[in-house]
Design a protein around this ligand. Structure first.
Ligand code: MRU
Length: 345
């Protein structure tokens, strides 16, 4: 992909401002942890793996100029920063996974000089980003085995380059299958309310020369009934030990429709998205977002003032609807209690 969703440049975090896409490809520089957290909350940077990377660099941003007298001062401030960044978005576990890694990196280096600890944290953030790149490539390779020449694939939200450090998870599979010479047609749904499908996935796939057609969220069922969708392929924000999947609101409806219409439903995610500490999807914290996203969708008022609104950003797809979960260590199939534990190691 010709885009760098997130980078570390001269002591700042450079991100694509995804709220401006597809009309403008603009970058913003976060100079401090407050502006980075704001970018996360307002979805300028988004997608589970990218949130993990943003969190790690957020820690580096916050700590790079912190003058600590002792390691205990340093860790106190680091813990505060980790909690501050962790309070931005609750659902994607990648954020908490990377923040934990940053904290344990500091602890492992606690006997070193403060400057050396800061350097170790920066290296850890780069490592998290590098690992995401190679995970994308491995998921792409593993997952493309599920894709046949001529497939029409429906995807939801954006699980591509804009959500990761490389070419994505679900979309990475599509890019790999295309590179292998398979002819693929992609259906992308709008993904209300913030239209990650219409704004981001459509744009990304068009940049890559993939045949893509945009549909409204409520068209998927009819297309499946007509036999025009061969596979559904989505990303994930958190997968629990039993294989339940949290992903962008609307994913569950697609999974149910896929089952009714005998369409395989695949999820692609790195192991950092799999949370074995939770036994099932009921335990996943679901982010609730501001009513304005629904009543004033992208700046235009579309519902009466004063209307009551419910706006959860994610839903849970029970494991029984998931045909397979593609990870960098292979394709997991039911029973997920066993297959997920095996790949997580
Ligand atoms: O609210 P968002 O845009 O951060 O939601 C993103 C998704 O739901 C993606 O499908 C998920 O994070 C997987 S990204 C590889």
């Amino acid at each position: 992909m010709p885009v760098n969703t997130i980078e570390w440049v001269d002591g700042q975090v450079k991100i694509i401002d995804q709220s401006k896409l597809p009309e403008r490809l603009e970058y913003i520089y976060c100079k401090d942890v407050e502006s980075l957290r704001e970018a996360i909350c307002s979805l300028k940077v988004r997608g589970a793996p990218a949130l993990g990377i943003a969190g790690a660099f957020g820690v580096v941003l916050a700590m790079q100029n912190f003058a600590a007298e002792s390691y205990s001062d340093f860790e106190k401030e680091l813990t505060r920063v980790v909690e501050y960044l962790g309070s931005s978005r609750p659902t994607a576990v990648n954020l908490f996974w990377s923040l934990r890694r940053m904290l344990s990196c500091a602890r492992k280096n606690k006997d070193k000089d403060i400057d050396e600890i800061k350097e170790a944290l920066k290296n850890e953030a780069f490592q998290i980003m590098e690992e995401d790149r190679s995970c994308n490539r491995m998921i792409g390779k593993e997952g493309s085995r599920l894709i046949e020449d001529g497939d029409a694939i429906l995807t939801h939200c954006n699980a591509g380059a804009l959500a990761t450090a490389d070419y994505g998870t679900a979309l990475g599979i599509i890019y790999t299958a295309k590179q292998e010479g398979k002819r693929i047609k992609v259906w992308v749904d709008e993904t209300r309310p913030l239209l990650q499908g219409a704004r981001l996935t459509s744009w990304e796939l068009m940049q890559e020369g993939i045949e893509v057609t945009l549909i409204c969220d409520n068209m998927a069922g009819e297309l499946m009934r007509q036999g025009r969708i061969d596979k559904v392929l989505v990303g994930a924000d958190r997968v629990t030990a039993n294989g339940d999947v949290a992903n962008k609101i609307g994913t569950y409806s697609l999974a149910v429709l896929a089952r009714e219409n005998k369409v395989p439903f695949y999820v692609a995610c790195p192991l950092s998205t799999i949370d074995l500490s939770l036994s099932c999807g009921e335990e996943i914290p679901i982010e609730e977002r501001d009513a304005s996203e629904i009543v004033e969708g992208l700046g235009k008022r579309i519902a009466p003032r004063g209307i009551k609104v419910y706006n959860p950003a994610f839903d849970i797809t029970p494991a029984r609807y998931v045909t397979a979960i593609v990870t960098e260590r292979g394709i997991c199939r039911p029973p997920y209690e066993e297959s997920l534990r095996k790949v997580k190691g």
